[in-house]
Each structure stands twice: as C-alpha cells, then as structure tokens.
Design a protein around this ligand. Structure first.
Ligand code: LAN
Length: 732
C-alpha cells in the first residue's frame, strides 16, 4: 500500500486488492462492503459470484443454451440474475450517477473527525479520478455531465481531503479547468455551503438561509413544511449550520485549498459579491428577480438578527434534525441531509455521544463499491424498487411457476414482508411527516419514508406473489395490505395525480424561490404519471382480489387519476418522465394505466397518439434510445425528445411494453424490439451495462443498473404471449 501522498496516476486498476472485498449478507437489505484483511478471513468467507459481479470482475460462467424464443431469452436472463440475488432475497446494486454526494461524506467526516478505513479512502479517491472528464480533467454534476464549477470544485476538494497531493497530475489538470471556469467563487449555492463548512469559502458569500423560517406559523403559504421533502430536509440542517456559521477547524490543508481553488488571493475576494455569482455552465434554474430581492431583505436582517428569535429558529431546526435522525435510523431521507445532520449532532453533542456514534456508523449505508471505485449513492440503495419490478415480471411471464425459480421467489417475498413499514414514524404529527403505516419505502424499512409508487409496487408484488402463486407462504396479512391501501388513499391530490412522497402542500409559485440553481422543480411536490400509474395499478389489482375493501373510494381514485393522465399527455403524444429517461419511461407507465380502464389502441385516441409517438422514435435496428438531455427542458421549455447516440435495451424494453399495454395491433415493431434485446444478451444470460437509465430534479442522471434485468425479462416474457396471440413468433 502506498503512502498518503503517493496515489498512482493510472486509476483504472484497483488501488486495493479486489479479491478481499465482500458484500455483507444482511437481513434487511442494507448494503455494506467489508474488506477482509487476512487470508484466513478470506478462506472462511469466499468471494461469491455476486461479489465479483458488482466488483466488475469476470465471472467466467458457462454459456446457457441458446435461446430460440423471447421466453427462452427471459429465462436465461433470470438464470443469471438469480445468481446475484442476496441471501435475504433482495437484489443489491449501485445507485450512482450524482457527483455531488461524495463531497458531503468527506467534508462532514473531516469536519467532525470521523474516520474511515484506508481501503475506503483509496477506493473513494479512485472513483473520483475515474469519473474525471477525460478531456479537461474536471467533473460534472453527474457522471454523464460536462465539467462544471460545482462538480470540479467539490470533487477536487474531496480528493484533496482524502489525501491526494496538489501536484498529482489529475489535480493539476482539474485545477486548470476549475480556474478556466472562473475558480470556486462561481460554484452554485450547495457548493458555497459545503465549502463554507470546510472554511474554504466565506459564509458572507452565501445567500441567507435563516432558521427563523421554522418558527413562522404553519399557515404561511411559503412555510418550509410545504416544500418538497428533499428540499425541506436539506434546508433544516443547512439553516442551523448557516445560523451558527459553523466552520471546521482551520488547518494547513484548508489554508492550502484556499490558495488552490481561486484565481485570486483568498483574502482579496469580495465575498458578498459572490452570492449570486454562478458559473454559466452550472446554471440550470436562474434566480427569479423576486428571490434576489428577498435575499437583499434577508441580508439586512442578518445584520440585526434578534438573538432570542434566532435561538428559537435554531432550537426548532435542531429538534427537527433529531426527529429526522430518530425516525430513519440515522440515515435521514438521503445522503445530503444525512451528512449535514451529522455535523449538527456532532457539533451539539460531541464525539462521545450516542448520536455521533450512530451517525458515524450509518454513513456506510450510502457507500457502494463498483469496478471503478467506491461511490456515495443517491439513497442507501434501490432495494424495494428493484425487487418490485423483477418479481412482477416473473409472475406475469410465468417464469415464477417454474420450479427452478420458486425458491428465489419465496426469498423475495420474505424480503418484501420485512420491508413493509408497519407503523407511523415515532416523530409524526407536529413533525410534518406523512403517514407511513402500511407503506413500502424506496430502499429499506429503516430509511422508512412512504413513497407513493414504491408502496404501489410493493403492494402489487406481494399480491402477485401471495395471491397468484400456490407455492408461496402467506407472509403479509390482509390487514397489512389494507394498511397499504389506506396509506395510498391518503396521497391523491385534488387533480387526481400522485406525487412522490407526500401530497402537494405548497403553491406552484414557490418555485420562484428555488435557491439551488442546478436543479429544476424542487420546491414543492408535483404530480407524476409514473407515480400515479403505480398507485392506480396496484389499487386495481388489489380490488380484484379484495372487491369489498373501500371499493367506492378505489374506484373514484382510479377515475380521478385517469383524468389527470389525460390532462398530462403532451401534444406529441407522449408523457414526460421525471425519474426515468424520459418520454419512453413515462409513456410506458401511462399506457399501462390507460389499459387498465380499457383504453387501448383500438378504443382510445389518447393511446393511439401515444403509440404513434413511440413508433416514430423506433430506430432502424428495432430499438429505442433516449437521452437524459431532454431538449428545451432547461428553463421554461416544455421538453422535447432527444435521441441517445445508441439504442438502449432498457429503453427498448419500455417502449415495447408500452405498445403491448396498448395492444398495438401490428406485431412487427414488437418483434423487432425483441430481436434487438435478444441480440444484446450475453451467452451467460446477462446484458451488458449501457447508458445511465434514470434522472431526477430535471438535470441530474442516476443509475438503475438492475433495470437491464427486470425490464428486459418482463418485456421478453410479455412479448412471448403477445406474439403467440398474433401468430407472429416466427418474426423473431
Ligand atoms: C429518488 C429515487 C426514487 C424515485 C422514484 C421512486 C423512482 C420516483 O418514482 C419518485 C421519487 C424517488 C423516490 C426519488 C426522489 C429524489 C431522489 C431521492 C431519487 C431520484 C434518488 C436521489 C434523489 C435525491 C433527491 C438525491 C439527493 C439530492 C438532493 C437534491 C437532496
């Protein structure tokens, strides 16, 4: 192992011994990587195919029998996917993409004196080096993005804190790019915040983030309890740390960074003039005039804060931090708020406290080791989301009934059972939380937040596995399914649509106060076709099995949701997706919903327009490929489809499923899609990773590597039936 400052220039090869890493077997889906230091430990806990697959190592599996039909291909796909199922029943996987998360992990740990091991440090460095833009050496907002001041400054700082020296060639190159972008003065607000925490940016260069907002009466239309939950949960600790101008202890490394990050001497920088200085490449949502004006007023207030009022705001913010920690096993809603809450708790309670220790331990839930190094994930995984799709795919395609797959499905049901949240959070009423009883979260039960569509997918999966298969135990009681339905029925909005975690609580004009500059549509919840579909399909399937439970309400909910979907269809015929890329993803969901109420190509102009839209995007090779760079999406534009350079198996599976939901009458385009997906399958049954699949907050790409199994297998199995029905299997 090399010394602190001696990091190899070639980051393509692991900096640690990859034969010593193991994904820990947990019982609740937690993702934790262990490095085994001795040969004895390694012998006692041999590396599995699952470990090697996630580490990007070759598995050398034998070729499976050549598939002669779509179902054969789906079967081979699951034959492989089964090999990487965790013993507790879920499928693990990375959840990377954003390049602004690791910095929080590093700065938060550095500021509070929390350690991590040498091997983690080395692989974190390697991940960042491997995601530097090959041309200019900078970093973007996410792995697929161009270099920005934000990405470059924070990742530069992160690797420097992790131990790389300033004269390492990667640092020299990155620094030149940062300086070309104007230096770190022009980083957007979240960058300003992190750098201020570390003491390499002056707090005077930040727009005010007053904690006093928390003590305003709840009826005020802009009160933060009405904001989108992610913005709100980040704002709580941010306002606390801003309120006390928290700054890490200044040391020689920090003093050196003050020189490295800027194009001018640190002490000469006019900090207040930087508040609205955002590098042009970074800017996605420019400030509104109103927001700039409010900042002038808030700044005046910062010069004459009323100490008891500030203290009351800080006290309330602190209590909200504690409540959030307690409700989520110290993981909080996501990795950004996690590391901010950690600093607050470390500052108030000190390194000997229970909170400090629990926070230190929960950092590891966000780390994931991949072939290119160790990353911090967008959440602590996407466990429920992934298991939801693959289990439904297996039941719908009939593969679930095949004996070879039954054990895997029984394990999956066991995992779904333990993942359901069975109570409301301990800090609930008075803490702005939505009910959670009966809900399924996006990742694990510990994280513990209701997500509308995750509850929908979780419920559907359980209904499929328990009520449609005869070999599975009944693990989730009827009462618990009713609890899930009760929760779903509380989250429909007046327009009929469903948002992500909560009801839409605030007015749309709150978007005028979006302070983040790099993201769009983050101030309030919005209704989404994807979320809406998951909820109503699950309610409808539930209703088929339990026709007496809240039947009239379920019926009204579905009708309202369909109305919303009609209103949300774009003039071109597609639906705009916010969480997967993009029109292909949302249009698949919307057509599934319409099919539910009998609207198909033959019966509905809406479904017909959607099919025609999708067909106009099918490429010569039979596939579809859409880019996350939706045209016209930045700023006020409505967003238009942009082709990816290559067709994608995941996008092709979504489009073909959409056409099959709509019962598109001509089997030819579906057969061509099937051929493309089958042609990309490897002899061991897997599909290679292609372009990034997901997106959030309009601007940031995020990966869903398990989609290349769930949606391919699902589509192929569905296509088998569809092509048989159309007497068109020979087209494949
Ligand atoms: C997610 C991931 C899952 C996603 C779906 C379930 C797919 C969606 O249908 C509803 C919204 C949700 C739950 C979602 C919201 C925003 C998240 C949590 C993310 C995209 C994963 C990462 C992202 C989060 C905001 C990243 C941290 C950054 C901040 C701006 C705080």
């Amino acid at each position: 192992m090399w010394s602190r400052l001696d990091i190899p220039v070639d980051s393509t090869k692991p900096f640690t011994d990859y034969s010593r890493w193991r994904l820990r077997d947990t019982t609740d889906g937690s993702h934790l990587w262990d490095y085994l230091h001795t040969d004895e430990e390694c012998a006692a806990r041999p590396q599995t195919d699952k470990d090697r697959y996630f580490l990007g190592q070759p598995l050398n599996l034998p070729a499976l029998p050549e598939p002669h039909s779509p179902l054969d291909s789906a079967r081979n796909g699951f034959e492989f996917y089964k090999k990487i199922q965790s013993p507790d029943g879920h499928w693990a996987g990375e959840y990377g993409g954003p390049m602004f998360l690791l910095v929080g992990f590093v700065i938060g740990s550095y500021a509070t004196g929390m350690s991590y091991s040498e091997v983690e440090r080395l692989e974190l460095i390697r991940y960042i080096l491997n995601h530097a833009n090959p041309i200019d050496g900078g970093w973007g907002l996410h792995t697929a993005g161009v270099s920005t001041a934000f990405g470059t400054a924070i990742n530069y700082v992160a690797v420097r804190l992790l131990g790389i020296s300033a004269d390492h060639p990667a640092m020299v190159k990155a620094r030149a790019t940062l300086h070309k972008l104007g230096g770190a003065t022009g980083v957007p607000s979240w960058g300003k915040f992190w750098l201020s925490i570390l003491g390499v940016y002056d707090w005077d260069g930040n727009n005010p983030v007053p904690p006093e907002l928390w003590v305003l009466p709840d009826w005020i239309p802009f009160h933060p309890w009405r904001w989108w939950i992610h913005t709100r949960t980040v704002y709580v600790p941010m306002s606390y740390l801003y309120g006390i101008r928290y700054t890490a202890e200044i040391d020689p490394l920090i003093l050196s960074l003050r020189e490295e990050l800027y194009t001018q001497p640190y002490d000469n920088i006019d900090w207040p003039a930087q508040r609205n200085n955002v590098c042009a490449v970074d800017l996605y949502s420019p400030h509104s005039k109103l927001y700039d004006w409010i900042n002038v007023v808030l700044d005046m207030y910062e010069h004459c804060t009323v100490p008891p009022v500030r203290q009351a705001g800080l006290d309330r913010a602190y209590k909200l931090v504690v409540a959030e920690d307690e409700n989520t096993g110290y993981q909080t809603l996501g990795p950004v708020s996690k590391m901010m809450n950690l600093i607050v708790r470390a500052h108030v309670e000190g390194p000997e406290s229970d909170a400090y220790k629990r926070h230190a331990a929960a950092r590891y839930d966000f780390l994931w080791l991949a072939g290119e190094g160790m990353m911090v994930c967008g959440t602590n995984g996407s466990q429920l989301w992934d298991i939801g799709f693959i289990t439904q795919a297996l039941v719908e395609t009939g593969l679930a009934r095949e004996e070879a797959n039954q054990e895997s499905l029984i394990k999956a049901l066991g995992w779904l059972d333990q993942c359901q949240i069975q109570r409301n959070p301990p800090y609930f009423e008075g803490w702005y939380r939505h009910r959670t009883k009966g809900a399924w979260p996006f990742s694990t039960k510990t994280q513990g937040y209701t997500v509308s569509d995750c509850t929908g997918e979780g419920l559907k999966s359980v209904l499929y596995l328990q009520n449609q298969l005869d070999f599975t135990p009944k693990r989730v009681s009827e009462r618990r399914m009713f609890d899930a339905v009760d929760t779903l029925l509380t989250i429909q909005n007046a327009d009929g649509g469903f948002a992500s975690y909560e009801l839409v609580r605030g007015p749309a004009w709150l978007e005028l106060f979006n302070p983040a500059e790099v993201f769009g549509n983050i101030m309030i919840e919005y209704e989404y076709p994807e979320c809406t579909t998951s909820v109503i399909t699950s309610l409808s399937i539930f209703h088929k099995h339990y026709p007496d439970y809240r039947a009239a309400e379920i019926d009204a909910t579905i009708r309202g949701a369909i109305k919303y979907l009609h209103a949300a269809q774009r003039p071109e015929g597609g639906w705009f997706g916010s969480w997967g890329i993009c029109f292909t993803y949302a249009t698949m969901f919307a057509l599934e919903s319409l099919a539910l109420v009998g609207e198909t190509y033959a019966t509905s102009t809406s479904a017909r327009r959607a099919c025609d839209f999708l067909l106009s995007k099918q490429r010569a090779d039979g596939g579809w490929g859409e880019s996350y760079r939706v045209r016209g999406c930045a700023g006020a534009g409505a967003g238009l489809w942009v082709d990816h350079e290559q067709t994608q198996v995941v996008g092709t599976a979504w489009a073909a499923m959409a056409l099959m939901y709509a019962q598109y009458p001509d089997p030819a385009p579906i057969a061509r899609a099937v051929r493309l997906v089958m042609s990309r399958q490897l002899p061991d049954g897997s599909w290679p990773q292609e372009a990034i699949e997901g997106v959030f907050n309009k601007s940031c790409a995020i990966s869903y590597p398990n989609f290349k199994f769930a949606f391919t297998i699902w589509m192929l199995g569905k296509a088998q039936r569809y092509l048989e029905e159309h007497d068109a299997l020979r087209l494949v």
